[in-house]
Design a protein around this ligand. Structure first.
Ligand code: C2O
Ligand code: CU
Ligand code: CU
Length: 484
């Protein structure tokens, strides 16, 4: 009786080791740095995804040829007939979301509703997959505040690959209260998903060892799937919904004129009041809504949305580069008046927290015997769909800490199915203006520890939280939590 158990244990140990090795990768002795951006001529009209009704939607994921502009065509993945990216799903708070999904790819996939309070079985859990040729019905009530959310695939170890090759879209929630604010609408409300791609050799996903360590960086910036994008604007106020949909690159969004603009929203919707800022630093997965007023700018003027340099990591942030050209094309009167108050944010008192959980995200494991293989664990663990890492109770409030104090890597940490508030950050960098609203993703540079407060919704089941550097996530930097 003893012998078979022993051999089973040995077999299990070997299987676990093989699994662990599949999630680690070699890193060069010197720390790699991000590939530099090479700017294109900004002459291609910005693509703006079509809007579909979230109450009655259907989309298929498919592979086809995408025209990125400047004569560059690549094989890419898209949703709902788009060659790259997907339609913007629009729905009101409190309405019932219904989307029939079909998988026209030759690989398994699913959809995760990033930022939304989706039920566990609808959230795109990494092992809940739709097979090629299969379909799945997504259906749940929209509880979130009005705001800018997004959707993308989430299969275990293939999220980076599928999102990189084009699968992502906006998910906008509206409400009568939001409409009553009179924010710019229609052509003056523009979603902008910013992504860097590596276009030598097409849009194929083939990360090398360095990419798997620091994340995959491209040399070309796409906005809404357009390379060298240009948008003609009128002399009035625009609402831009910025989404960093890149695998690993952080952008420090600013205007080339140095002009200030109004920050009005974060990951989970509008702030309680607008804040004037001159830049917004967004890591992968994060969103910000901003108002830019082109009034008083002479027709013919060119203004760029660009990324300024930033500090906090040695890997990226050393370069200023342009992202999108605004060409002031016509004189128009601006009916917009900035409301003094936007949408109230109910702060959660720290005293309400029933537990504090601290996660060590700053311990890079390496296997000495395997030629410098590295992994990006959380608390020493990598993703296992069969494990239950944390258990929380619906309706209760907790403080979570992402501790990168001893770390050398940058980790944008994202939690599924919730919105949280950022309480504090150690390491010198304060909680930023764009972190003072509802959030689902928060950046921790090396040396930082970020504390957040969360009230868990009544959506029972298993969810994941992970680093939104998608190479890190696919290498296992993802754990489970179950809402009971
Ligand atoms: Cu946008 Cu689990 O991710
Ligand atoms: Cu998410
Ligand atoms: Cu990470």
């Amino acid at each position: 009786m003893n012998f078979p158990i022993k051999s089973f244990a040995i077999l299990l140990a070997v299987a676990m080791l093989a699994f662990a090795i599949s999630r680690c990768h070699k890193m060069n002795a010197k720390t790699a740095t991000a590939r530099a951006i090479s700017e294109k001529a900004f002459s291609n009209p910005l693509a703006v995804p079509p809007v579909i009704d979230g109450k009655n939607a259907s989309i298929e994921a498919k592979s086809s040829t995408a025209d990125l502009g400047s004569g560059i065509s690549v094989n890419a993945l898209g949703y709902g007939g788009a060659a790259i990216l997907g339609p913007t799903i629009r729905i009101g708070q409190g309405e019932q979301f219904s989307l029939a999904f079909s998988n026209g790819l030759n690989e398994a996939t699913n959809i995760h509703w990033h930022g939304l309070e989706a039920p566990a079985a609808q959230d795109g859990y990494p092992t809940d997959l739709t097979v090629p040729g299969g379909s799945f019905q997504y259906n749940f009530p929209i509880k979130n505040r009005p705001g800018t959310y997004w959707y993308h695939p989430h299969p275990d170890m293939a999220t980076a690959s599928q999102a990189y090759r084009g699968l992502a879209g906006f998910f906008l929630v509206t409400s009568p209260e939001e409409t009553a604010l009179g924010l710019p609408t229609g052509e003056f409300d523009v979603p902008l998903v910013v992504q860097d791609k590596r276009l030598d050799g097409g849009l194929t996903y083939s990360p090398d060892n360095n990419d798997q360590s620091i994340g995959l960086f491209g040399e070309s910036v796409l906005v809404n799937g357009t390379i060298g994008a240009m948008l003609e604007v009128a002399t009035r106020t625009y609402r831009f919904r910025l989404l960093n949909g890149s695998n690993a690159r952080i952008y420090n969004f600013a205007l080339s004129t140095g002009a200030k603009f109004q920050l009005i929203g974060t990951d989970g919707g509008l702030l309680d009041a607008a804040v004037e800022v001159s830049s917004v630093l967004l890591s992968p997965g994060e969103r910000a809504e901003v108002l830019v007023n082109f009034g008083g700018t002479a027709v013919g003027t060119e203004v760029f949305l660009q990324s300024n340099t930033f500090s906090g990591t040695d890997v990226q942030g050393k370069q200023t580069f342009k992202i999108l050209k605004f060409k002031v094309a016509r004189q128009e009167s601006d009916p917009f008046q900035l409301p003094a108050l936007l949408m109230p944010i109910e702060k959660i008192a720290e005293s309400q927290a029933v537990a504090t959980r601290s996660f060590n995200i700053g311990h890079m494991m390496s296997h000495g015997g395997m030629g410098g293989m590295v992994m990006h664990p959380i608390d020493g663990k990598t993703f296992d769909a069969n494990r239950r890492d944390e258990v929380v109770n619906a309706g209760t409030t907790e403080i979570w800490e992402f501790d990168n104090t001893a770390g050398t890597e940058t980790h944008p940490m994202h939690i599924h199915g919730v919105q949280f508030l950022v309480l504090s950050r150690t390491g010198g960098r304060a909680v930023q203006s764009w972190e003072k609203g509802w959030k689902d993703t928060v950046l921790a540079f090396p040396g930082e520890k970020v504390r957040i407060i969360i009230t868990f919704p009544d959506n029972k089941g298993k969810f994941v939280f992970h680093c939104h550097n998608l190479e890190h996530a696919d290498a296992g930097m993802m754990l489970n939590f179950e809402i009971m």
